[in-house]
Every structure is written in structure tokens, then in C-alpha cells.
Design a protein around this ligand. Structure first.
Ligand SMILES: Cc1ncc(COP(=O)(O)O)c(C=O)c1O
Length: 431
């Protein structure tokens, strides 16, 4: 299976050759710390040199198994030859022309392709951005514009981005918001999974203007908040609530979309039809691209009401075409198969070791909680496991208060998935 599904994923397993960080990595980290913004959140000193498939090399020649994919971005693996070829081909033609002012086919074709997949009823229109937060900002502006309302509902634990509009919707960690108020007015947060009756009675019916709600933003799988998979019923109840009050249902699929869960959109697993969908991360294998897609009648603004210089850049669009080709050919299937296998192995492991519980997720959007010997959530042990994994040649990232997310490139092989779980078992025993 490895050879058919991921022929480019040749370098199979990691190898640590120097003490970590090695001397070259240490030098880069030291320079970085003197010049770069201290707001970045690095957990360990991995300094990238190059990558291939699921394997990445640091500047000292150590190789690592990448179970994080640049926060769920490198969907086709690192520098997939077909993505690189598409980028090179487009770069030799033209690098930029601004889709706001001019036309180019590579963008229109991508719009047609993505809109065909988007689980939104009827005709659709799309706006391309550079990032996830810009996709959310655009959706937020569009909802305000279309509904002539400013009130929004979002969820605790949600992460929608860090620019002022999306940050107003974000309610994940207090550090992300502390010191940046005032936020957009009219945004009401409720618990993820809160009963729709409570949302209706405690939020919609108790605020100044029942009819002033423009949008409800929901991640169909909550990402940064802990990779929480909600019930199908709850998502459908939200749809019903939005229909009752004429609220636009906005699905933030920035992390869950573009094949990560084994289907193009996480909404497809639940049969959920939002009014607007936001995507970014995996769409172009690492090139900066995002988008929001809306029902055509909702995207009713006029020329000049929204625009972007770089969004929908032709090189990023070319990378996205190659990405979608690969997703269609084999990678969504690989995410389903290897993701299912990986989840099964994590479920087995949590029966054998004390520090892991709650394995969950869809496709290759998986996570598990880390707990102490008494079963209590333990951010400290979680952080230890993340660091130990790095020392064992595996890159992982945390999510939520005490969880670890498993979101490797979608080219990951069964052998690599097994290596990850076996190493995790060793780490748990060491700890
Ligand atoms: C669900 C979700 N929405 C929005 C964003 C923001 O995306 P970006 O970092 O590209 O601005 C993220 C980023 O992690 C995300 O996970």
C-alpha cells in the first residue's frame, strides 16, 4: 500500500545522529531569539533543512517523522514532486497579477473545482485569501453585509485566527486575547456542544436584538481546542437554529478541510450544509492560500467592498490544483485507511498505558488526552511527551489544555504510523 499510495514518501523512518539540538540548530535558534518576535510558540528547537514525504531533516542531518505537518498544512507531504513541478511551471509563466484587478484561468479553474466539492446548497461563489484568518475575516464581513446585522455566536475553545475580527471569535486560550481588547461587539460565546435550546433561550432570546444575529461560526471538528468531534445531531440542531432565526451558519474548516479527515470537508462526514465555508491550511500543500465559499445569493456585495492584493496568487493556485489532484487520486483514501489504522492503534495503546486516554478523530485529524496516574488531565505530562517525542525523532504538537494532536501529512504510510505509536508507547513507559 505504501508504494501505491505514497510513492514519493521514500525515506521511511527517522534517525537522530547528534545530541539535540545539534550545533547548527542551536546557532539558528540563538539568532532567532534575538531578532524574531517573542510571540511565536515553539515547543522544541527543531530547525528545518529539507523534507520529503513525512520525513524532515534538521540542519545537523538528523531526520524526524513529521506528525504535525506544519500544523495540518503539508497535506501532500513535504515538497511533493508534483506540487513542486506545478509551482515551477506556474512560476515560469507569471508570479502575480492580483486577482482583484485582473483575471487568470488557474484561479477560475480552482474556484470551479473547490466549489464543486463544497457542501453548500445551490450555486456558490468563492473568494481567495492568503490565510485562514483572512478567510474568517472575509466571512465575517460578508455575513455582516448580507444580514445587516453585527451579532454573532461562536464557541468556547474555538480558534478562528488572530487578526482583530477573527480574534473576537476566538476563545481558545486567554493569552491569545489578553491585552488586545476591545474586540468586535456583539459576539456571544457558548460552550462547544451546548444544547441548542440553551443557546436559543440564554443567548438569542436574551440579547438586545433577536433579529440582529448575522452568523454562527462553528468548527465542525474543534481543532486548537482539542480535536473535539461533535455529534451529528448537535451540528444538525445548529443548522435548525440558524434556519429558525435566519442566521448564517459558517463552518470554519481551515484545519479540518481539504481531505484531512478522509473526505474533502469534515462537514461531509455529518451531512452538514453550511451557508459559508472557510478553508486554508491544507489547500495548497504549504503555499499560502485560503478561501471562503458562500451560497451565491449571500455573496451579494459590490466591486470594491472586499479585495486582496495577494489572495489567490497564481503560484499558490497551481499548487492547490496539484494538491487536489493528489487528494482525489489517493490521499483522501490514504487518510481514511492509515488514519483508521492509527486511531485503532492509539485505542489499543490507551488500554495498556496509564498516561493516554480519549483517542479520537476522523481520518488523519486525530488526538488523544494525556492524564496522570490518577487519571487527571495533565498538561505537564503532555508537554513532557511532546519534548520526548522530539528527542526520539518525532514532531508532534499539543492542542487543547492537555491533548496531543496527530495530523501528519496525508501521505503517511502504515509503517510510519506504527513507528509513531510504538515510540509513543516507549515514551509513556519512560515517563
Ligand atoms: C480552525 C482554524 N481557523 C482559523 C485559523 C487561522 O488560520 P491562519 O493561522 O492561517 O490565520 C486556524 C489556525 O490554526 C484554525 O485552526
Amino acid at each position: 500500500m505504501t508504494t501505491t499510495l505514497a510513492p514519493e514518501n521514500k525515506a521511511m523512518l527517522p534517525e537522530i545522529k547528534t545530541p539535540l539540538p545539534g550545533p547548527k540548530a542551536k546557532a539558528v535558534v540563538d539568532r532567532d531569539h534575538t531578532i524574531m518576535s517573542p510571540s511565536y510558540t515553539r515547543d522544541y528547537p527543531f530547525v528545518m533543512e529539507r523534507g520529503e514525504g513525512c520525513i524532515v531533516w534538521d540542519v545537523d542531518g538528523n531526520s524526524f517523522l513529521d506528525m504535525a505537518a506544519g500544523i495540518a498544512v503539508n497535506s501532500t507531504g513535504h515538497s511533493h514532486p508534483r506540487v513542486v513541478a506545478a509551482i515551477q511551471d506556474q512560476a515560469a509563466k507569471f508570479l502575480h497579477m492580483s486577482g482583484t484587478d485582473f483575471y487568470y484561468d488557474v484561479q477560475v479553474r480552482l474556484a470551479e473545482r473547490i466549489c464543486k466539492y463544497a457542501p453548500i446548497k445551490g450555486d456558490k461563489k468563492i473568494f481567495f485569501t492568503n490565510s485562514g484568518t483572512e478567510a474568517i475575516e472575509g466571512a465575517l464581513k460578508l455575513a455582516r453585509h448580507h444580514k445587516h446585522g453585527t451579532q454573532m455566536i461562536a464557541f468556547y475553545g474555538s480558534f478562528h485566527g488572530r487578526t482583530m475580527g477573527s480574534l473576537s471569535l476566538t476563545a481558545s486560550k486567554s493569552t491569545q486575547r489578553k491585552g488586545f481588547s476591545p474586540f468586535l461587539g456583539g459576539i456571544f460565546h457558548v460552550n462547544y456542544g451546548e444544547s441548542v435550546a440553551n443557546i436559543e433561550n440564554n443567548v438569542i432570546k436574551r440579547v438586545v436584538d433577536e433579529a440582529g444575529f448575522a452568523a454562527l461560526f462553528v468548527e465542525p471538528i474543534q481543532g486548537e481546542g482539542g480535536y473535539i468531534v461533535p455529534s451529528r445531531e448537535w451540528l444538525h440542531d445548529l443548522r435548525g437554529l440558524c434556519d429558525k432565526y435566519g442566521i448564517l451558519l459558517v463552518a470554519d474548516e481551515v484545519q479540518s478541510g481539504m481531505g484531512r479527515t478522509g473526505k474533502m470537508f469534515a462537514c461531509d462526514h455529518f451531512g452538514l450544509q453550511p451557508d459559508i465555508i472557510c478553508i486554508a491550511k491544507g489547500i495548497a500543500s504549504g503555499m499560502p492560500l485560503g478561501a471562503f465559499i458562500a451560497r451565491a445569493d449571500i455573496m451579494d456585495w459590490k466591486p470594491g467592498q472586499h479585495g486582496t492584493t495577494f489572495g489567490g496568487n497564481p503560484v499558490a493556485c497551481a499548487a492547490a490544483h496539484a494538491t487536489v489532484d493528489l487528494l482525489e487520486e489517493s490521499l483522501m483514501e490514504n487518510a481514511t485507511q492509515v488514519g483508521g489504522h492509527l486511531k485503532g492503534r492509539l485505542e489499543e495503546l490507551q488500554k495498556k498505558v496509564k498516561c493516554i486516554s480519549g483517542a479520537r478523530g476522523l481520518g488523519l485529524m486525530l488526538a488523544f488526552d494525556v492524564v496522570d496516574a490518577s487519571g487527571k488531565p495533565s498538561p505537564e505530562i503532555r508537554n513532557k511527551i511532546v519534548l520526548k517525542a522530539y528527542e526520539h525523532g518525532i514532531l508532534i504538537l499539543g492542542c487543547g489544555a492537555h491533548a496531543i494532536r496527530v495530523c501528519p501529512p496525508l501521505v503517511i504510510s502504515r509503517e510510519q504510523a506504527d513507528f509513531f505509536v510504538d515510540t509513543l508507547a516507549t515514551i509513556c513507559r519512560e515517563i
